[in-house]
Design a protein around this ligand. Sequence first.
Ligand code: SAM
Length: 207
Amino acid sequence: MLDMACGGGEAVRVFRAAGWQALGLDRSEAMLQVARTRNERGATFLQARMQESAKLGSRFNLVTCMYDAINCNLRVEDLFATFRNGYRLLLPGGRFVFDAFTVGGLHRAYDGLELHTRTRDHIVLTASWVDQRQHIGTKELLGASRVPEWTPWREEHHVRAYPPKVLVDGLKRAGFTSVTLYGWPSGRIISISETDDLDRIIVVAQR
Ligand SMILES: C[S@@+](CC[C@H](N)C(=O)[O-])C[C@H]1O[C@@H](n2cnc3c(N)ncnc32)[C@H](O)[C@@H]1O
């Protein structure tokens, strides 16, 4: 299997523990370093954008893109390029699996101020809001870390939620033969019209 936008390598770790051969890709070298540290020797992590086909020389039974990573596609063109790349990387019959914020879920999750972390060495506050027209969520993190001495810092993250019909149509256009939506956390198969009240869905597309 291949995990796109693998972050700290959690999916690779879980699949390898279950006996799979697993490879992780991420655009961030810093996240790849974390993934390599957290995984035992033998796991491979490579730098690549999820929208572009990395030159891997092999195709996979399963391609995943987990924990809101699909929502990092802020433009619909990038989202569809990711779907085409997932399709290219799969063997015939293989599956592309990702979770996604619903539009309602993003609006509920990205709303207001939160004390995110408070430990001996770090304090982090978050402020989140969503652009009403494009459904792009911004999370501003304001932090201070003790090491080597109290230093303030600031980061900003953006994610975009898409209506389920955009996801399904984009996957079909990329060539996938079937697309199944699952509610989260129920794991129940759902129709497009049932996604409104859910915060998150799981999408399984078969090549
Ligand atoms: C919310 S984290 C999810 C990480 C991981 N999938 C997990 O389950 O923990 C999003 C990750 O997507 C990566 N990312 C964002 N845009 C990307 C892109 N265009 N191509 C590859 N990785 C990307 C970030 O570097 C980050 O590691």
